[in-house]
Design a protein around this ligand. Structure first.
Ligand code: FAD
Ligand code: EPU
Length: 332
């Protein structure tokens, strides 16, 4: 049995039946049929994964390393191994004068997981820097490349969560960053920065994140537990009559995005606990484990919140996190 408590940031004390460290996509391709005979779960740094209980399968822990840098007159091209740490890549780039990733500082996890939910924060999503992605196709057994335009990137979404779900293992991501850099300080918390450098934005993002979000090393959590829901304008107008202060962000002419934190906060869930699992008192979109919590308590709290939001706002919250039970992924 392989302990998983330190391999996912929610830190429930679960075990896996089997474990394989993946340090090369080509090696995995060769050994796939002999080494992975049972159910499996591909794991980066477990910052968007919660092991609710023991997992009766094989963990494929992504450890493919390496950063290759090339330059053209206009761009930096970076091919980065899936097992590299995202924040360390952001820091590495900043130190080399390669700008662009700074708004995405301090997002936990690996480079390989970043395109899957199209990580985003402070006005930027990773899709804008992606050139292509190399993956092992588990249907054909071949190594393939997919270009950004084919990835169907959207808010916390991509083809990897849709048509390709369960069919791929990402080995590396190739990024393309313009040498001609423009600051993106459009997000509310960054607007106070006057003519910021990439370092100024990086520092501010780190500061805001450290203030708002609990550090998983000190308090188990997986960041935002739910996605911010995108709803029809007709429903939003209806809700506005009852809740005149309901916030929203424009999405398109038909839809708006509503902060799930506001919905959960308005229903009074901040600080609400079931056993060792709590709705965080500063950021209610984050659920936490005080070290004594269990998977069943987390599911109970998440279901309670979802039910209350549905009843009061007619909105179905969707999980952002991946929940893994004994047999694999589960949906609540
Ligand atoms: P894991 O949890 O290990 O895996 C996530 C999913 O990707 C799983 O389905 C897994 O099977 C799959 N996967 C991982 N690697 C591969 C691979 N190489 N090939 C195929 N499948 C793979 N996210 C944001 O977008 N913005 C934020 O601001 C943000 N803030 C966060 C703050 C905190 C405190 C925490 C704990 C999380 C936050 N997150 C945020 C979520 C998380 O950081 C991202 O989802 C991150 O990309 C997860 O990386 P990981 O390596 O930990 O993924
Ligand atoms: N709000 C409240 N009460 C609170 C906190 C927030 O009502 O206690 C409302 C406010 O209206 C606030 C709004 O919620 O303006 C948004 O809050 P915040 O800026 O903290 O961001 P968020 O929408 O909760 C999203 C991402 C984060 C990302 C930040 C910054 C999602 C699901 N979450 O959070 O990503 O870091 O914006 O860009 O989109 C993650 O994905 O794990 C994650 C942490």
């Amino acid at each position: 049995m392989y302990p998983l408590q330190n391999l996912h940031t929610f830190a429930f004390p679960a075990y896996a039946a089997d474990f394989l460290l993946v340090s090369s996509l080509a090696e995995l391709q060769e050994s796939w049929h002999s080494s992975v005979k049972q159910s499996y779960y591909i794991l980066g740094e477990g910052s968007n994964t919660v092991f609710l209980e023991d997992f009766n399968g094989c963990i494929l822990k992504m450890a493919i390393k390496g950063i290759e840098l090339q330059e053209t007159e206009e761009k930096f091209i970076l091919k980065v191994g899936a097992g590299e740490n995202w924040h360390q890549l952001v820091e590495w780039c900043l130190a080399k004068g390669i700008n662009g990733f700074e708004n995405l500082a301090l997002i936990p996890g690996t480079v390989g997981a970043a395109p899957i939910q199209n990580i985003g924060a402070y006005g930027v999503e990773v899709e804008q820097f992606i050139d292509s992605i190399e993956y092992l196709c588990l249907v054909s057994g071949t190594i393939k490349h997919i270009r950004r335009a084919e990835c169907q990137f959207a808010y916390r979404d991509s083809i990897f969560k849709r048509a390709l779900a369960g069919q791929f293992i990402i080995g590396s991501v190739t990024f393309s960053l313009n040498k001609h850099w423009l600051a993106n300080a459009s997000y509310a918390e960054l607007r106070e920065l006057a003519e910021p450098s990439a370092r100024d934005i990086f520092d501010k993002v780190v500061q805001v994140r450290q203030r708002k979000l609990p550090d998983p090393k000190k308090l188990g959590n997986a960041g935002s537990f739910f996605k911010n829901p995108i709803i029809d304008k007709a429903l939003f107008v209806q809700l506005q009559q009852r809740y005149p202060h309901i916030p929203s962000y424009p999405v398109n002419t038909e839809q708006v995005k509503v902060p799930a934190a506001w919905l959960i906060d308005t229903l009074g869930f901040k600080g609400h606990k079931i056993g060792g699992v709590m709705c965080h008192a500063q950021q209610p979109l984050v659920l936490t484990n005080d070290g004594t919590g269990s998977g069943s308590e987390l599911v109970a709290l998440a279901q309670k919140i979802k039910h209350a939001v549905q009843q009061s706002f007619f909105i179905e919250l969707e999980n952002e996190v991946q929940l893994v039970s004994n047999a694999g992924l589960v949906h609540i």
